[in-house]
Design a protein around this ligand. Sequence first.
Ligand SMILES: [Zn+2]
Length: 108
Amino acid sequence: MSEWQGFVRWAKPDEPWRMRHPVVDGYRVAIVDELQRENSGWIVDDQNRKCRWTVGPGHVICKRPAVVALYRGKTGAWGYCEQHPYGRQWTGVSLLSSALLPVGGPGE
Ligand SMILES: [Zn+2]
């Protein structure tokens, strides 16, 4: 896949995304849409799943309506609500995350 799939924009210096990666020479932190990235495993929930995020002891799960789902191997896709997509941001149409992308590519 192209590493530019799902590119939205470069992250701003004060965005929290920036803290999630050590930035190496020649790369910058970009905001990407996981739903547009091939093999990200993330899809829009289309089966009225419930959020599987563990919210307490004893494996208690969130159970709010899922907005997205993540393929988790043999167990299929697990749903997650807008509050619990592992630190990603659900915008209503996109699932934003961060990625290191090379300076000088299509985003420049
Ligand atoms: Zn949840």
